[in-house]
Design a protein around this ligand. Structure first.
Ligand SMILES: CCCCCCCCCC(=O)SCCNC(=O)CCNC(=O)[C@H](O)C(C)(C)COP(=O)(O)OP(=O)(O)OC[C@H]1O[C@@H](n2cnc3c(N)ncnc32)[C@H](O)[C@@H]1OP(=O)(O)O
Length: 401
């Protein structure tokens, strides 16, 4: 159908704005999104086209769905399947940061039998696990495909549809794990070498990591933040080198081997209200721990993890101070409270990232939260929340005496 007709009264424009707002919010708040563009919704009280199919179709053949990236598809979509798809998106990591359209499966006789007797839930779940071609929006220059033919081969060669689907689900998940660059991988290879000059790039920060010169491209609505290396350029820490826990005695092979701090710089002028949403991601630390910092054999000591969090939050304060221009003359920021929940063993020799968020500022009290997670964001090793307090320097010295 011509775009002009589909877009009568600006309906598609409005939908696009809605989608852009969702993406911006997701990018700026650090959460993921899934955008489903269903075909014309049917199957409800006012559009019960399915009365017709009810008499023609055995079982639930009309529950089949076709999923494709972008909006190439045109057709109807059953409401119950759409609702199920929404729920599946919440649970399927494969659906993170994707935009796809779905409509009813216009099945050939062979493929119709594939969906016969399968519930809407199963159909939606399976097809969402096997997107014919999903566009990862954050990696918009990369597309991934899982052939729908593969599914059909599985299903036609096996009488037990559900078994066949589950086995290909495993294949597919394996494929996804082994092939899809995750959120933490670089989009732009050209930027990889900027790590070396400490300029802008965190090799393991989220996908939307762009160099400063590309910031000007943000007009296309896709690029609205990037990361810039903080240490050692932004803050003179030479005096810290010898006595600082991380950069001094605990620094080196087998110990803390990497601790690169990046501040997030938002460049989104389109939705400033969204950028300011709380909690706001302030810093990301790209780190590597060695094999000599264990508690139990092979597992990094919880105290070390707490230290890594504390430091990251200290840098987050530095970032906040730069952004919000906090007047801290005569003051020093100190940790008043730090709570850590250890969620999964953080293994010796691992690489990971810490993401720090600003939750709230109340007078001289600043609340942060943070996550230590695997580079691909799939495993959360620990979560932390903290209260930092701006204390008067002279008062702290009095306490020392
Ligand atoms: C770019 C460079 C990056 C470098 C990063 C380095 C990061 C490293 C950060 C650290 O590890 S600092 C070392 C560990 N922390 C300390 O040594 C701090 C020791 N504690 C203190 O010196 C004082 O207890 C403190 C300055 C935190 C507070 O004393 P104050 O006399 O200034 O404030 P006060 O006790 O009146 O408390 C102020 C507010 O904070 C609240 N508060 C203080 N401690 C709290 C606590 N532990 N839990 C909850 N709330 C707390 C307190 O209730 C109160 O709330 P209200 O204003 O609403 O009444």
């Amino acid at each position: 159908m011509p775009f002009l007709i589909l877009n009568l009264f600006g309906v598609l424009d409005a939908k696009r704005s809605g989608e852009d707002a969702v993406k911006s919010y997701a990018m700026n708040s650090g959460c993921s999104y899934s955008i489903i563009r269903p075909g014309r919704l049917v199957g409800g009280p006012y559009t019960n086209l399915d009365l017709a199919t009810l008499f023609q179709v055995e079982g639930g053949a009309s529950n089949g769905v076709t999923v494709q990236s972008g909006d190439a598809l045109l057709g109807d979509c059953k409401r119950d399947v759409c609702a199920e798809a929404v729920l599946q998106c919440l649970e399927n990591r494969e659906c993170e940061d994707v935009v796809f359209s779905m409509h009813r499966f216009r099945a050939s006789s062979a493929t119709a039998s594939m969906t016969a007797g399968v519930s809407a839930a199963a159909a939606a779940a399976i097809f969402l696990s096997y997107p014919a071609r999903m566009e990862r929006d954050h990696h918009h220059d990369v597309q991934y495909s899982i052939s729908r033919e593969t599914i059909q081969q599985h299903t036609t060669s096996n009488n037990n549809i559900m078994t066949a689907w589950s086995s290909s689900l495993l294949d597919s998940n394996y494929w996804l794990r082994s092939n899809i660059p995750t959120k933490c991988e670089a989009v732009n290879n050209k930027k990889m070498d900027t790590v070396n000059n400490n300029k802008t790039f965190a090799s393991n920060t989220p996908a939307t990591v762009y160099g400063e010169e590309e910031e000007s491209n943000s007009a296309n609505g896709r690029i609205n933040y990037y990361y810039k290396r903080m240490n050692p350029n932004d803050v003179d820490r030479t005096s810290l080198m010898e006595s600082h826990a991380i950069f001094g005695p605990l620094w080196g092979e087998g110990l803390i081997e990497r601790y690169h701090v990046y501040k997030r710089i938002n460049t989104n002028n389109e939705h400033p209200q969204i950028v300011l949403q709380s909690p706001r991601e302030l810093t990301v630390v790209d780190l590597k721990v060695g094999k000599k910092l264990n508690g139990h054999d092979g597992i990094i000591h919880g105290g070390i993890i707490s230290l890594l969090f504390d430091e990251a939050m200290g840098w987050a304060y530095e970032c906040l101070q730069q952004q919000d221009q906090i007047d801290s003359s005569g003051m020093i920021i100190v940790t008043a409270n730090l709570t850590v929940n250890f969620r999964a063993p953080f293994l010796a020799g691992s690489e990971a990232v810490i993401r720090v968020y600003h939750n709230e500022t109340k007078g001289r009290k600043i609340y942060f939260s943070a996550r230590l997670e695997s580079k691909d964001g799939r495993v959360v090793f620990a979560e932390a929340s903290s209260l930092f307090v701006l204390a008067r320097k002279d008062k702290l010295r009095m306490k020392e005496r």
